[in-house]
Design a protein around this ligand. Structure first.
Ligand SMILES: [Zn+2]
Length: 269
């Protein structure tokens, strides 16, 4: 998601709006409220979406301008996520007599659309948007490069990958693409591409997750003691990007790397 951060973006937008609001206040002799749709979301990584940033910005603007007491900044969604914004939009459209789909067909989330203005639906901002539409039980009315089913499937996968690799989650057993997958090739880290396992070491453990008897000599997988869930286990993490992968068990038959399928990308060969 860090790849979607635009340097100093919200300071620039707010600054333009503040200047405009000051001229409206002067011309029309009125107070002006600026409503910004910034939100911290479920993954609070954007520093310019934090309340303390707007408090400081607001103070700086008021110090630097006459008549700043006529201008106020409102941040109605600062503690919300995109789903909450969409739910509020449904109500607002009803109140204002607007067509929800028409309004949202004219919005743009992608930072990198194709020549027709369509998004691939794979950036962090897009994934959040797609999952928000899914959460309210509607299709996103904007056109993506792929159809809605494919775009939604990709977004659900991206969210699961985030939950497993960055939040130490576990995918449901018997659901991963590589659980019953025995082609010849290499299994790389889905996040950074580092080589982790070779197909020769893969076996069917019956536990519902991909199992490997040893790691690739290149992998240098990190092993950590994990005392969560009342068990003493060895957690394994990618040495390339420090993402959670799964656990390592030492059994009578030998080592078993029990890896979440969503953490792996398979390369034939
Ligand atoms: Zn990695």
């Amino acid at each position: 998601m860090k790849a979607t951060v635009v340097p100093n973006r919200n300071a620039i937008f707010t600054s333009i709006l503040y200047g405009y609001a000051l001229s409206v206040a002067a011309e029309e002799d009125t107070d002006v409220e600026i409503a910004l749709g910034v939100h911290s979301g479920d993954h609070a990584i954007y520093p310019d979406c934090r309340p303390e940033f707007y408090e400081s910005l607001s103070q700086a603007f008021s110090l630097g301008n006459w008549d700043s007491d006529r201008i106020s900044l409102k941040l109605p969604y600062i503690d919300s996520n995109k789903e909450a914004i969409l739910r509020d939009s449904l109500n607002s459209c009803k109140l204002l007599g607007l067509d929800f789909d028409t309004v949202f067909a004219n919005t743009n989330t992608s930072y990198n659309p194709d020549s027709l203005g369509r998004s691939s639906g794979t950036s962090g901002a897009d994934v959040e948007r797609i999952l928000a539409f899914h959460a309210i039980g509607r299709m996103d009315p904007v056109e993506y490069v792929d159809n809605w089913e494919q775009v939604l499937e990709g977004a659900l996968k991206a969210e699961l990958r985030y939950q497993v690799m960055k939040m130490n989650g576990t995918e449901r057993p018997f659901t991963g693409d590589y659980d019953k997958h025995f082609e010849n090739g290499i299994y790389n880290c889905a996040e950074c591409g580092k080589e982790l396992f070779l197909s020769e070491s893969k076996f069917d453990s019956g536990c519902g997750w991909p199992a490997f008897s040893k790691e690739s000599t290149e992998a240098e997988i990190i092993q950590l003691t994990d005392n969560s869930h009342g068990m003493r286990r060895i957690e394994v993490r990618c040495s390339g990007c420090d993402s959670h992968l799964g656990h390592l068990f030492h059994e009578s038959s030998g080592p078993r790397y029990c890896i979440n399928s969503i953490c792996l990308d398979f390369e034939e060969g």
